[in-house]
Structures are given as C-alpha cells and as structure tokens.
Design a protein around this ligand. Structure first.
Ligand SMILES: Cc1cc2nc3c(=O)[nH]c(=O)nc-3n(C[C@H](O)[C@H](O)[C@H](O)COP(=O)(O)O)c2cc1C
Ligand SMILES: Nc1ncnc2c1ncn2[C@@H]1O[C@H](COP(=O)(O)OP(=O)(O)OP(=O)(O)O)[C@@H](O)[C@H]1O
Length: 316
C-alpha cells in the first residue's frame, strides 16, 4: 500500500477507483464499500484508492471534539491487511472545507488521484455544505467521463445504518458486544507499555499500563474482559482490563490521565517498552473509588473469577 500522509502533493498517474470518507472504525459498512471497490477495480483494471482525512472534518467545520474509534496509526495497519493500493490521509483545514463538491472532484479526485470511478454509499455527501451528492456525481460523470457506483448501506439488526457515530455511542454505553458486532471485529486499544505506580505488584495484580493518545475514543470507564496481543505475535493472552483513572489511588504524576491497564492470566514477564494491543469483549463493572487498598484488592479478586469464566466460555 502506497501512503500519502498529511500532504497535498499527490500525482497518481494510473487510473483509479476511489472511495472517500473518514472510515473511522473500519466497520462492516466500510468493509462492504471496500469489497465493492476492489471488485470494480479488478473488473475494470483500475488501482484502488482510499481517500481519507488526517482529522475528523466535523471537528474543524463544526468545532467538535469527537475522538476516533481507531487512531490514524491503528487504521492504517488495518487497511494494510485489506490490500488497498493507495491510502491517502489528506490534510483538512478551512480552505479545503470551502471547496465545492465540483471543485473537490475536479481538483483532487480527478486532478490528483486519476479517478476513473467513484464508489460510495447511498448518502454520499462531500464538499462545502455537502454540495457534492449523488445527483452531482451522476451529472458530472457524463460530462467528465468517470463511473459512479452507489451501494446500499449495511444495516444493524434494527435497520439502522451502521456508522462510526453509532459505534461510538455503543462504546460510551460500555456495550462492547454490540460495538463489536457493528465493527465486525473486536474493538482494541494499542500502545506501548509504560511504568505505573508499581502498586499493582503489591496488590497481587501486576498490570500492563498504556496511556492512549487524546485522539482515541475510549469506552465507558470500568472493568472489561479482554485478550491481549504482544507485538505482532499471533497468541492472544487472557486479560482483565481497567479503563479509567484509578480514583482510589493518588498519583501526582499521571493524575486524571486516562489509562488502560491489564492484568494477564498466567503470564509473568516485564513488558515495558513493548507494543501491545488490548481487545475488549465485555464490560463487567464501573470503576469505583475504594476507601482502602484491601477493598480494591478484594473486588479485583472477584473480577478475576468472573472474567475468566466469561473468557473461557466465549471464543475470540
Ligand atoms: C481489574 C482491575 C480493576 C480495577 N478497578 C479499579 C477500581 O474500581 N477503582 C480504582 O481506583 N482502581 C482500579 N484499578 C486500578 C488499580 O488501582 C491499579 O491497578 C493499581 O493502582 C496499580 O497501579 P499501577 O499499575 O500504577 O501500579 C483496577 C485495576 C485492575 C487491573
Ligand atoms: N453502513 C454503511 N454501509 C455501506 N457504506 C457505508 C456505510 N457507512 C458509511 N459508508 C460509506 O463509507 C464512506 C465513508 O463514510 P464515513 O466514514 O464518512 O461515514 P460513517 O461511518 O457513516 O461515519 P459518521 O458516523 O461519521 O457519519 C461513504 O461512502 C459512506 O457512504
């Protein structure tokens, strides 16, 4: 996969089939779109392009602070596995936001990406104030000579369109089963293992701490059944994960910073500096401010049994 990250300096000379969007979460709907993209490209001898933005456009246009289900780094890794030819993470600012749908098509998609076909969901909207839509695509396709392929959107069991927004709301509720169902995969958080307060060992529950970047959309704080990948290894270790800020412990250095810490069953090794990926399967309970370390320890012992039972009865 050839990538263009945060640059407008792009000149693809081959003819391409293109999809555009933020593709946050790479959910089942996005993957339906990618399958169509690859099929169309193969049939017509085109290269595939996923055109995305560096940040969520609505954060600039609507001044929002929406965080991402998967960070850009996490998303790139997932796209690598799908066999896309070109991946673009275009910069986004008000100048780009002001391009009309027509300008965006002409200057960027056709001008820079060599677009011969666009594949989109049936609600396609792009350019200033969503001036680009299916009607415009159909009109200009005849004039400018590109093809348009529109697909119906993938729905959930209640006939709602699957969307990044819907999945974020499931994460906020701690509904991992539904979030994972909509994703068509398991939500995960990756990061490098860092030192904590070293209190975990004293408690009898040594943990792997990661401190996700502020762009990451974390689920509801609390305790989760998890599995953990270490580096690129295929093995998944069983885990008990707390997402939150450890309100029972006073930590002057990293107070109030969201952290993800995981106790691994049957694993004993120091992993500081190693990259891990923590997959979350089920929310067990909220994070609690305990009055004593003994009370915290006793609760984690109960969590340990409950989570192990769950993991043993639920496959990956
Ligand atoms: C399964 C699990 C559940 C936890 N639940 C809570 C909790 O409810 N409230 C809390 O303040 N801390 C909770 N913690 C965080 C502990 O306070 C933390 O593991 C301990 O302070 C060790 O931190 P350290 O790795 O920085 O040494 C939990 C940790 C784990 C592994
Ligand atoms: N459920 C879906 N089924 C098929 N295609 C989809 C689905 N959701 C989005 N798409 C398509 O994927 C492309 C990128 O969509 P984008 O990531 O911007 O939307 P989204 O997942 O609906 O996110 P948001 O909740 O932010 O609107 C668009 O062409 C869109 O039509």
């Amino acid at each position: 996969m050839i990538t263009f990250i945060n640059t407008t300096d792009i000149n693809i000379t081959e003819k391409t089939a293109v999809v555009i969007g933020k593709f946050d979460g790479e959910h089942r709907g996005h993957r339906k779109l990618f399958r169509t993209l690859k099929k169309e490209a193969t049939e017509r001898g085109l290269k595939t392009v996923v055109f995305s933005f560096r940040i969520l456009p609505s954060n600039i246009v609507k001044n929002k602070h929406t965080t991402q289900i998967f960070t850009n780094v996490e998303r790139r890794k997932k796209l690598e596995e799908l066999g896309i030819d070109y991946y673009i993470e275009y910069p986004f600012n008000m100048d780009i936001a002001r391009l009309t749908g027509e300008e965006f098509l002409k200057d960027i998609l056709i001008g820079k990406l060599g677009m011969a076909e666009i594949v989109a969901g049936d609600d396609a909207a792009f350019g200033y104030k969503k001036s680009g839509n299916i009607e415009l695509l159909n009109r200009l396709s005849k004039e400018w000579g590109f093809d348009v392929k529109i697909i119906t959107k993938e729905k959930d069991d209640f006939q709602n369109d699957i969307s990044s927004t819907l999945i974020r709301s499931k994460l906020d509720e701690g509904d991992m089963e539904e979030a994972n169902k909509l994703l068509g995969g398991v939500y995960s958080i990756s990061g490098v293992v860092e030192e904590g307060n070293k209190l975990g060992v004293k408690l009898g529950f040594p943990t792997l701490n990661i401190f996700p970047s502020s762009e990451k959309h974390l689920p509801k704080s609390g305790v989760y059944a998890s599995r953990v990948r270490i580096g690129d290894d295929d093995t998944l270790y069983l885990g008990l994960t707390n997402v939150g800020s450890n309100p029972s412990i006073k930590d002057d250095k990293k107070d109030h910073i969201a952290r993800v810490e995981t106790y691994l069953y049957n694993f004993d090794a120091t992993l500081y500096g190693r990259e891990i990926e923590v997959y979350l399967y089920k929310y067990i309970r909220p994070e609690i401010k305990f009055e004593s370390l003994e009370a915290l320890k006793s609760q984690i012992s109960k969590d340990k049994v409950e989570v192990l039972n769950f993991l043993n009865s639920h496959a990956n």
